[in-house]
Design a protein around this ligand. Structure first.
Ligand SMILES: C[S@@+](CC[C@H](N)C(=O)[O-])C[C@H]1O[C@@H](n2cnc3c(N)ncnc32)[C@H](O)[C@@H]1O
Length: 198
């Protein structure tokens, strides 16, 4: 993994070409009983999982410590939250608009034996309450990252680390840029007096 430090860090990696078609929408089935099988609205980003090696590098970049609370915005099958709980013992919350993804994530947390440390919420990430997070991870799209800026600044505490797979946040100088398995990761730390992009 190549690491480059800058005044506020940054990383760039693979890009939009990663998206492999439309999002997989939920299918009705026995495991979906009690929960709607379809998202309430179309996801803003299709489901493309982060490779496990890149997940590991994202969590290393976040410098997870005991007591951290990790939120993955658009959590897919929960691999980032589950890996953080399993390898670092930290509590994690995954937010995904697609109920099928939530069910996969809950199953993965059970398989990994970390259901006590993890929670998956079927919710629009723009409406999620994220203020308890000390680490935020995301693998979204540039336009979605940019729409998230005011929410991140309004709700996150100073010192919260934000790690984005593949996509920058316009106008924000990253703390670090990390190359991981051909991808680029960006790390930002919410400053004491937020001025980034406000
Ligand atoms: C590229 S995948 C990333 C999955 C996971 N974070 C990872 O890195 O493996 C993006 C995820 O965001 C979810 N998503 C898209 N729009 C969303 C929204 N408005 N609110 C919550 N989740 C959303 C999709 O359902 C999908 O699972």
């Amino acid at each position: 993994m190549g690491i480059r430090k800058t005044a506020f860090g940054v990383v760039l990696c693979s890009g939009l070409g990663l998206w492999g078609g439309p999002p997989a929408l939920g299918q009705a089935g026995p495991s979906n009983l009690g929960r709607s099988a379809l998202p309430e609205r179309a996801p803003d980003v299709p489901y493309v999982p982060t490779p496990q090696e890149v997940v590991d590098d994202m969590l290393a970049a976040a410098d997870l410590k005991p007591g951290d609370v990790l939120y993955d915005l658009g959590s897919g099958d929960g691999r980032i939250v589950v890996t953080a709980a399993k390898n670092f013992g930290v509590r994690g919350v995954g937010i995904d608009i697609n109920p099928e993804r939530i069910q996969e994530a809950e199953a993965n947390a059970r398989s990994a034996g970390v259901q006590e440390l993890t929670e998956f919420r079927q919710q629009d990430l723009f409406e999620a309450d994220i203020d308890e997070a000390t680490v935020v991870t995301m693998y979204l799209l540039p336009s979605v990252n940019n729409r998230l800026k005011p929410k991140l600044l309004r709700e996150l505490k100073p010192g919260t680390r934000i790690v984005s797979h593949a996509f920058d946040i316009e106008g924000w100088e990253p703390e670090r840029i990390i190359e991981s398995d051909g991808r680029t990761l960006y790390l930002w730390v919410v400053p004491e007096h937020p001025s980034l992009g406000r």
